[in-house]
Design a protein around this ligand. Structure first.
Ligand SMILES: Cc1cc2nc3c(=O)[nH]c(=O)nc-3n(C[C@H](O)[C@H](O)[C@H](O)COP(=O)(O)O)c2cc1C
Ligand code: SF4
Ligand code: SF4
Length: 262
């Protein structure tokens, strides 16, 4: 466990305010009548909330003061600007860029704080083509389902035809593909991976990189020997600049109210 409250607790700093036991998500802090933690149960998931919200820093964590955060306008701007990229420059991401890009994974949440995220990085066009695109196309050719699928594909016929010709319609020329998966032991593996990948996608946008969610890749990865993949993200420098903003998307809001006055 990254954070073990029993090992870090400094009793001499504790005022017995009771905040920690009141916010522990798994009710793992038994408190004395004076409100001081007396025991941390084995149900603790190491979420560190007792430490983060302790006014006396009894768990000896780095102080949060000085962190300014970002404005709501800046966050909206990122979401408004993000568009899927399907024309990437061939240039690989540098080691520094990759490290910076993946930093959000140090903080993205996981159900029950399982922290079981793994990111496989296909770095460079050679790796993307060799390990994913060519292998997948090879598999499809080997079973020769292309011919039948092309005939049956209807509106998707051109897509299949181009795939058959060897065009990279999986990663669309991206020089980097990130395969996110979570431990099978996680309480919420698919959600954990999606949250992690979403955070990385927004970080990419902030870094001026482009991303494409790889829906097909999710299914292709296990077939090509790359293993389990809950979600995939293609990343690289975009070729095209955006001249206009996309129109706002449709979504639904349903307000559910309690009984008046209760
Ligand atoms: C998919 C998902 C489901 C979660 N479900 C619950 C839940 O049912 N009850 C709860 O108290 N916390 C829930 N959490 C919160 C996690 O326990 C929390 O994110 C984790 O302990 C890390 O703490 P943080 O969110 O403060 O970083 C969930 C988190 C995720 C990502
Ligand atoms: S780390 Fe989280 S789960 Fe463990 S005792 Fe502290 S608040 Fe509770
Ligand atoms: S929040 Fe900190 S000061 Fe308050 S009871 Fe818990 S450990 Fe003690």
């Amino acid at each position: 466990m990254v954070f073990n409250p029993a090992e870090r607790y400094l009793q001499n700093r504790c005022t017995g305010c009771g905040i920690c036991s009141s916010i522990c998500p798994t009710c793992s802090i038994r408190a004395t009548p004076e409100g001081k933690p007396s025991y941390f149960a084995h149900t603790c998931i190491g979420c560190s909330h007792c430490g983060v919200y302790c006014p006396e820093n009894c768990f000896d964590l780095e102080p949060a003061a000085g962190s300014e955060g970002v404005s709501p306008v800046q966050v909206d701007e990122l979401f408004k600007l993000r568009r899927s990229v399907r024309r990437f420059k061939a240039a690989d991401l540098s080691a520094d860029e990759l490290e910076e890009l993946l930093k959000p994974l140090n903080w993205t949440p996981t159900g029950r704080n399982d922290q079981g995220i793994t990111v496989k990085v296909l770095s460079g066009r050679a790796a993307v083509e060799e390990k994913l695109v060519n292998k997948f196309t090879g598999i499809l050719r080997a079973v020769d389902c292309f011919r039948a699928v092309t005939l049956m594909a209807g509106p998707g016929r051109d897509f299949i035809r181009r795939l058959r010709k060897g065009e990279d319609l999986l990663a669309w020329g991206a020089p980097c593909v990130l395969l996110f998966s979570s431990s099978v032991k996680s309480a919420t593996p698919v959600q954990d991976s999606l949250i992690a990948a979403s955070a990385v996608a927004m970080k990419a946008e902030a870094m001026g990189l482009g991303t494409l969610w790889g829906g097909f890749i999710r299914y292709a990865a296990p077939l090509t020997g790359l293993g389990r993949c809950h979600t995939a993200l293609c990343v690289g420098q975009p070729v095209l600049r955006k001249y206009q903003m996309a129109p706002e998307r449709k979504w639904k809001r349903i307000d559910i109210h309690g009984r008046q006055g209760s």
